[in-house]
Design a protein around this ligand. Structure first.
Ligand code: RNT
Ligand code: ZN
Length: 417
């Protein structure tokens, strides 16, 4: 695409936005400071690098068998870097424990140490990427239906040990990168059918979490993620939204809001201002649920737009971390990263371009027609020219031109796997 054309369109956009009091140059600067935490697990269908038999368990599912998934750590790193090269700005990478550099060795989850993440730390430093982290309760012989809430103490202790070690790894990562590593705790615990022990399992989960979070660290931050239900665990989820909201509020810790983990008509956007009164920060898992927690590739849809607008309107930009969480194996996986990441950026950009002050004033003055009219007209303003400029400034393909690039990478690299 011609640079000149993008420049010209941007100049027009700049003027249009200036007319409603928005400085697009300033917004572009803000966008530069908007870092996604890209999920490593889109590259290989949540497989990881443990030498193990058996597929994905824990109530989550990847569908599709598009050729070219990353089969080892080198391929995954290469794919992630390539995807990042097509996304404007600087982004973090979110690792799961099962993505350690195990070198083909079986390292059980209760034996993992920071040394298995040393090469990640070095790789990240070399590429100026910050890392985040997740403990992994799924795809393991001791996963079953209950991990941290298992009535069998030996199983519970196994997962407590795993989680504690993951926190130590996160601290090591945080120290090395001189920036807190955010560690998410999500466990799949639940029940397929009616359970008489709702209370017991929740008490056990609380007890396990209390032990896990006992030790204080200064370079890692914990967050806890709830869910409505998992596949095969439809009747009951131990770590429900109520459970974790109350837990995080009581412990003053971060909550993870996965946009696929709520009832279909529930607004995740509406949770931002409510939760931030009681917890210090939020972590997002931006996803796209289709009828259930299906983890489709994020797009610029209304729920995501609303969520990012709410963050800006709540003045909470610095209290939210922006993780992505989807896994689709029916299409080019690098394409999935690029579409989802760019979509999240577009939502944030549009949120930042909103004339919040004017809109708020209309509201305060009871001018509801004016408020609605301006909100509608904002949808019609040339935000896309600002996004194109953002891409141009960051030296990444503008618009659909990345399609061809990914096709080329597929031809040269992923199709040969
Ligand atoms: C599952 C949760 C969880 C996982 C990842 C792989 O429903 O969303 O965050 O997707 O940890
Ligand atoms: Zn999630």
């Amino acid at each position: 695409m011609k640079e000149e054309l993008i420049q010209k369109a941007y100049e027009v956009a700049k003027e249009r936005y200036a007319a409603i009091g928005i400085d697009t140059d300033k917004v572009l600067e803000q966008m530069q400071d908007f870092h996604l935490s890209m999920h490593c697990w889109q590259a290989d269908d949540v497989t990881g690098f443990e030498p193990r038999e058996g597929g994905l368990t824990g109530g989550i599912q990847v569908n599709g068998n598009y050729p070219g998934r990353a089969r080892n750590i080198e391929e995954l790193r290469k794919d992630v870097l390539y995807a990042m090269s097509l996304i404007p700005g600087k982004h973090r990478l979110n690792l799961h424990e099962i993505y350690g550099d195990f070198q083909g060795k079986f390292v059980d989850r209760d034996e993992v140490t920071p040394e298995y993440f040393q090469s990640w730390i070095e790789w990240a430093k070399e590429h100026d990427i910050k890392l985040d982290f997740n403990s992994t309760s799924f795809s393991h012989s001791k996963s079953g239906d209950l991990s941290l809430s298992n009535p069998d103490k030996s199983i519970r202790d196994f997962w407590i040990e795993h989680s504690k070690r993951c926190r130590a790894i996160s601290q090591a990562i945080g120290e090395a990168q001189n920036d807190p590593c955010i560690m998410n705790t999500w466990v799949h615990d639940g029940s397929k059918d009616i359970t008489l022990n709702r209370s017991l399992y929740r008490e056990l989960l609380k007890g396990s979490l209390d032990q896990i979070f006992e030790h204080r660290y200064d370079m890692m931050k914990d967050c806890v993620e709830s869910k409505v239900f998992g596949i095969g665990l439809e009747s009951y989820t131990v770590g429900s939204n109520d459970f974790y909201t109350a837990y995080a509020a009581q412990k003053n810790m971060m909550i993870t809001l996965d946009t696929g983990h709520f009832h279909p008509t529930e607004s995740v956007a509406d949770k931002v201002s409510a939760m931030l009164l009681f917890v210090p920060e939020l972590m997002l898992h931006v996803s796209r649920p289709i009828r259930w927690d299906s983890d489709h590739v994020t797009i610029m849809d209304d729920p995501t737009m609303d969520l990012f607008s709410e963050i800006v309107r709540a003045g909470a930009l610095n209290r939210v971390h922006y993780g992505l969480d989807y896994f689709d194996a029916t299409l080019n996986r690098i394409g999935a990263y690029v579409i989802g990441s760019r979509a999240a950026q577009k939502c944030m950009l549009r949120a930042l371009l909103e004339p919040v002050t004017t809109l708020r004033n209309y509201e305060l003055e009871g001018k509801y027609f004016q408020r609605l009219a301006l909100l509608e007209e904002c949808k019609n303003l040339p935000w896309n020219a600002v996004y194109d400029m953002f891409c141009l400034k960051n030296n990444v393909p503008v618009g659909e031109t990345y399609i061809k690039e990914i096709e080329k990478y597929e031809e040269d690299v992923t199709s040969k796997r």
